[in-house]
Design a binder for this molecule. Structure first.
Ligand SMILES: OCc1cccc(Br)n1
Length: 445
């Protein structure tokens, strides 16, 4: 799975090499390992998806930000054993700086918030769409890049921020034709784990690394999880307590075990109330085993999943109230999510919900003879000035070719600049749907 838009047929890795006139040797025409090319049909799908990302972000009053794909490596040195920081696409640049292709967007957002400092009007509601990278060992043959949509709220300590972000995700799914029967959102809070670790006296510094290990629960054998928790210095009874907490099946059970006034319980109760007010409660599923794999989450965490249970997580996010502080700045309460461009496309394909996106123009313009090329260019410009997309034929072609090209570019009309009509200030226009053909004066085009 090269993860490209489904319009992309699997391109055989083949040699993909072409001869090189200078005899320099062969040039590999395939994209670098783990990366994708987007041919027009692929890019139409990607643009459609990104336009939906941006449309939902704007519907919720979020503003777009952006930042370099290249970042200082220090932004991602978190020593919590996260896969994402162990697979940095990092290198030393020619100035001796340790840099990396970003593996995620949130630390860059944190940089921008810290640059603004007290000048940042709160709450800030920002969104971004950008390519993220990882260096997977070639053996696993997985993708090394994907595009992520992020929405983040800075400066709101209450779960109202998470409720708004979840509503944006639900709105996105609904716009694409997906319902709560197709996808759901698992919700929990890391404050559950925090309460358990405090109960067993596990030191604060282990919180991030413990979460990273627990996040692997569904992916590696339970014994391995126990082993890795023990290796972090977590006592056996604390490990037991953690595993029991992760198995709790409702907020009510959580309340029984942790007590009603526990922050985790209060947060989740309020979140489910808000979900009902928004009208998306049927999309939410409490799942205590959800912790997500990023070390910096501190509260509510959530992830989108396909109810058929076939695909990997569609999106994920949560509260991260300490990230800005870890960069040496003043902390701000933050919550956000990341939404990748690959899994959702696989889901849409499975559900038959991929849009049919064709290359289209309004007009194909062609001079009937080369002596009328200048005239044809003025006709094309007139049509473009009126907002019509024009494919102008750039070489001497026969009508047979023109009709074929009109099909390829999805033209609605073929506009022929011919001598007799042109002498009367008109052009010949063929409506390619009705096949009707007529002379049209220039000022009525
Ligand atoms: O979400 C993990 C991740 C990060 C960067 C690139 C890719 Br593909 N996947």
């Amino acid at each position: 799975d090269n993860g490209a838009g489904v319009a992309t047929q699997e391109r055989k890795a083949g040699s993909g090499k072409i001869g090189d006139a200078s005899g320099r040797g062969m040039v590999d025409i395939n994209p670098p390992r783990g990366t994708r090319d987007f041919f027009p049909e692929d890019k139409r799908l990607q643009n459609w998806l990104f336009d939906e990302f941006a449309a939902v972000s704007r519907l919720f009053g979020f503003e777009q930000i952006d930042f370099p794909v290249l970042e200082s490596e220090e932004l991602y040195v978190r020593k919590a054993g996260e896969e994402i920081t162990e697979q940095l696409y990092n290198f030393e640049d020619k100035g001796g700086r340790r840099v990396t292709l970003r593996p995620e967007l949130t630390p860059s957002l944190a940089r921008l918030a810290l640059q603004k400092g007290k000048g940042l009007a709160l709450p800030a509601k920002w969104f971004s769409i950008g390519q993220c990278w990882r260096y997977e060992r070639a053996t696993r043959g997985r993708r090394r890049e994907h595009y992520q949509w992020n929405m983040d709220v800075i400066g709101v300590p209450g779960v109202e921020a998470e409720a708004e972000l979840l509503s944006a995700i639900v709105t996105f799914f609904q716009r694409l034709g997906l319902s709560s029967a197709d996808v759901g959102l698992k919700v929990s809070s890391r404050k559950v784990l925090q309460a358990v670790l405090q109960r067993y006296g596990v030191q604060e510094a282990s919180f991030g690394p413990v979460c990273v290990v627990v996040d692997k629960m569904e992916k590696i054998p339970r014994e391995k999880v126990v082993e890795e928790l023990a290796a972090l210095g977590v006592a056996a009874e604390a490990i037991e307590g953690i595993l029991q907490a992760l198995a709790l099946r409702s907020v009510a059970e959580l309340e029984e075990v942790l007590g009603g006034e526990t922050p985790a319980v209060a947060d989740l109760r309020r979140l489910f109330e808000l979900a009902a007010a928004y009208g998306y409660a049927d999309w939410l599923v409490f799942d205590a085993s959800v912790v997500r794999g990023l070390a910096y989450y501190t509260g509510v965490v959530f992830e989108g999943f396909d109810r058929a249970g076939v695909l990997r997580a569609i999106c994920g996010g949560g509260r991260y109230d300490r990230l800005l502080g870890t960069f040496g700045g003043e902390d701000q309460p933050c919550a956000g999510f990341g939404f990748g461009d690959a899994v959702v496309v696989e889901l849409l394909k499975d559900k038959g919900l991929l849009p049919q996106l064709r290359h289209e123009v309004e007009d194909l313009v062609m001079p009937q003879e080369e002596g009328l090329r200048d005239a044809a260019t003025s006709v094309a410009q007139r049509l473009r000035a009126s907002g019509r997309r024009v494919d102008l034929v750039l070489e001497a072609k026969r009508m047979k070719w023109a009709f074929k090209q009109a099909e390829r570019c999805g033209a609605a009309r073929l506009v022929l600049v011919a001598p007799e009509e042109w002498s009367r200030g008109a052009v010949r226009v063929k409506d390619l749907a009705s096949r009707e053909e007529k002379d049209v004066p220039l000022d009525q085009l």
